[in-house]
Design a protein around this ligand. Structure first.
Ligand code: NAD
Length: 493
């Protein structure tokens, strides 16, 4: 049984509940975890605030050494971490090995950038003065992570927040806490006690207690738009900083000049990766009329080659959905879209390849912009294809969304790529290489997909404040101080 990690040690919860973590492929119990409470969250935040007072004074280069060491241990521990990630979340093991490597690379990146990152000096407005800015940590950051990339999306918060001198209390998804808890005993055990803590439990109990806690200065959240909106509303009453990485219904356009040998497998991967449970999955696919038939035939043929099964099997391309509830929701969205006129070309049903929550990779065509398949975020393996007259119509429809996380195009025509790039609101725009991230480049959403950015220098600044320092190196009485009688000649008669 796993416990909470507070003050650099394992500790029980103030409540008595225990949660079973279920493998979504086999429905076996992988492990048990004590369920944290609001009181545990407050205890962790108080301990983190105490630890942060020392951590902020550790020179950035020293903090960088801790982060490099964490990266090294992460890589060393990749076999165990990837196994835990697959067993609790269902993703194929190879995707989880990638996830662990991306986390290690992110720790390495922030170890360096935080110690290189500078404030600025500003020309003073008078003699013998200096003006400069320094960057300071915020204090305690509450990081709240989703189930689909438990380690990666925690790391995008934890690495920059620690590098900037903050302490972090992390709440993983209640469905996938095991790999995160493994960080406490391995990669992040190198940190001084209290600087990094993990409290497991539900959003309404532990998450909201962290959002409300006066020791917490910033909430870094990744998850659904509904929960993110609720958090922002709550945090507003205490003016806490919020970074929100939320949902998306990303478009992917296949223009008429696209090479289908690239666009077909690229679009399939962009939609079916992690069983379609990716915030930046290509949830709306637009194909121009001229090559639509060819594209759809080849897309369906490619989909039929995907091997669905337990992610522990190295041959598996696509694992199960995270829960029975998730599967029911996806199936309901597919059903309502078919009822509204969409045509089912593949899948559309549960797959009997094991006891878990397996759903067949699904292809819908004749999708219209008002169908649930594209108006709701379908967090499952459902490719929704809309055939459009031409590139103009594709861009117009792709741009029509209340979300703005990512957008993708396949084309060799720079004109189409740039027109789409400038018309579509999206935090990331991918041309011919969907869903690829770069630690040094910002990631985040526009509109209902979020506030703020992770990764890159922006991702470090998300956890820092700017302090302006005004220094006069000649201490002297200023002529503009009291008494104003000395300045009465300046006042018009
Ligand atoms: P979710 O919103 O249900 O949960 C995310 C986290 O919030 C979990 O840890 C949960 O326990 C917690 N939570 C729930 N209610 C809360 C509350 N009232 N207060 C505080 N915390 C609360 O999301 P999920 O199902 O885990 O993940 C899927 C969603 O996340 C999708 O919408 C997806 O698009 C989005 N997502 C976004 C990004 C991104 O970077 N923009 C990345 C991954 C996932």
């Amino acid at each position: 049984m796993k416990k909470l990690w507070i003050g650099g040690e394992w500790t029980g919860s103030s409540g008595g509940d225990v949660r079973q973590i279920i493998d979504p492929a086999t429905l076996e119990v992988v492990d048990e975890v004590v369920e944290g409470t609001a009181a545990d969250a407050r205890r962790a935040a108080a301990r983190a605030a105490e630890a942060q007072r020392g951590w902020r004074k550790v020179p950035a280069a020293e903090r960088g050494k801790f982060l490099h060491e964490a990266a090294r241990i992460l890589r060393e521990d990749a076999a165990v971490l990837s196994m835990l990630l697959t067993r609790e979340g269902g993703k194929p093991r190879v995707e989880n090995l990638d996830e662990v490597e991306w986390c290690a690379a992110c720790f390495d990146y922030y170890a360096e950038i935080a110690r290189n990152s500078r404030g600025s000096s500003i020309p003073p407005v008078a003699e013998h003065q200096l003006n400069f800015t320094i960057k300071e940590p915020l204090g305690v950051v509450a990081a709240i992570a989703p189930f689909n990339y438990p380690l990666l999306l925690a790391t995008w918060k934890v690495a920059p927040a620690l590098a900037a001198g903050n302490a972090v209390v992390l709440k993983p998804s209640e469905l996938t806490p095991l790999a995160t808890l493994r960080l406490c005993e391995r990669a992040l055990a190198v940190l001084p006690p209290g600087v990094f803590e993990v409290v497991t439990g539900t959003g309404p109990e532990v998450g909201e207690a962290l959002v409300d806690d006066p020791n917490v200065q910033c909430i870094a959240f990744t998850g659904s738009t509904a929960v993110g909106t609720r958090i922002a509303t709550r945090a507003a009453s205490s003016l806490k900083r919020v970074n929100l990485e939320l949902g998306g219904i990303d478009p992917l356009i296949v223009f008429e000049d696209a090479d289908l040998d690239v666009a077909v497998p690229g679009a399939a991967w962009a939609r079916f990766l992690n069983s379609g449970q990716v915030c930046t999955s290509a949830k709306r696919i637009y194909v121009v009329e001229g090559l639509a038939r060819d594209f759809v035939d080849r897309f369906v043929a490619h989909t039929s080659t995907l091997k669905v099964g337990n992610g522990m099997d190295p041959e598996t391309d696509m694992g199960p959905l995270i829960s029975a509830r998730a599967l029911e929701r996806v199936h309901d969205q597919v059903g309502r879209s078919i009822a509204a006129g969409a045509k089912l070309l593949a899948g559309g049903r549960r797959l009997d390849v094991g006891p878990g929550h397996f759903y067949a990779p699904t292809v819908l065509t004749d999708v219209r912009p008002d169908m649930p398949a594209v108006t709701e975020e379908v967090f499952g393996p459902v490719a929704s294809i809309q055939v459009v007259r031409d590139g103009e119509e594709a861009i117009e429809l792709a741009a029509r969304s209340e979300y703005g996380l990512g957008a993708n195009v396949f084309t060799r025509d720079l004109g189409w790529a740039m027109r789409a790039m400038s018309e579509i609101k999206a935090g990331t725009f991918w041309i011919n290489d969907p869903l690829t991230d770069n630690d040094a480049a910002p990631f985040g959403g526009m509109r209902k997909s979020g506030l703020g950015r992770e990764l890159g220098e922006e991702g470090l600044d998300a956890f820092r404040e700017t302090k302006h320092v005004h220094l006069d190196w000649v201490p002297e009485r200023k002529p503009y101080w009291y008494p104003y009688a000395n300045r009465k000649h300046e006042v018009p008669k």
